[in-house]
Design a protein around this ligand. Structure first.
Ligand code: FE2
Ligand code: FE2
Length: 197
């Protein structure tokens, strides 16, 4: 069997769906490498800054690693702008959706909200509310998102920074996306890990 028998999902039988399940598991194993490839594609997007989007992503991840942050943080820093390719108006939510089954809840939340938090640095220049982050005032992960933006995001546009190459992060990305999706011991709802060791 190399494809299902049905043309409408409602006509599929157990054999069809067993086949698809096995097929999807194989496909899923390639997620990490597809993401790494997409990150390289970011290099062709959005010009105007002194470094490319890929350069920015790598610089964020490099800073996270040098802060002694754990793998969830480093991979999140690497992928936080991956939504720029297909979702320019909600790139933060897009990246968070990709990460959500495989990293701590804390990390997903920070990636999801980083766009709003970043506005404090430039909102006034583009007619947006710089204090949009105040909508989350008192949230347990508020300070984490503020730190993420301050230490790894808003400052990672420096062409002279000693940024590590994508190969340096590949094994970490593969490790994260090889995890059991939604494993409670990975999601660790409500728990926080520091961004700086
Ligand atoms: Fe962003
Ligand atoms: Fe960014």
């Amino acid at each position: 069997m190399d494809q299902v028998k049905f043309t409408q999902m409602k006509d599929g039988d157990k054999e069809d769906y067993d086949f698809l399940t096995a097929h999807e598991i194989e496909h899923t194993k390639g997620t990490a490498d597809r993401l790494l490839k997409a990150l390289v594609d970011l290099d062709e997007g959005l010009s105007g800054y002194q470094i490319t989007r890929l350069g920015h992503s790598l610089q964020s991840a490099t800073r996270a690693e040098r802060d002694g942050a754990d793998t969830d943080w480093v991979v999140a820093a690497l992928l936080h702008d991956i939504g720029d390719i297909f979702a320019p108006y909600n790139h933060d939510e897009y990246a968070a959706t990709i990460l959500k089954p495989f990293v701590r809840e804390q990390v997903t939340w920070v990636v999801e909200k980083h766009g709003d938090f970043q506005l404090v640095y430039y909102g006034e220049h583009v007619g947006a509310n710089p204090e949009k982050r105040q909508a989350y005032s008192g949230h347990p992960y508020f300070d984490d998102c503020a730190t993420f933006c301050e230490r790894w995001d808003q400052n990672s546009f420096d062409p002279d920074y000693d940024t590590l190459p994508i190969e340096h992060f590949a094994d970490r990305v593969r490790e994260v996306f090889a995890r059991e999706p939604y494993d409670p011991t990975v999601i660790r709802a409500g728990e926080r890990e520091p961004l700086q060791a």
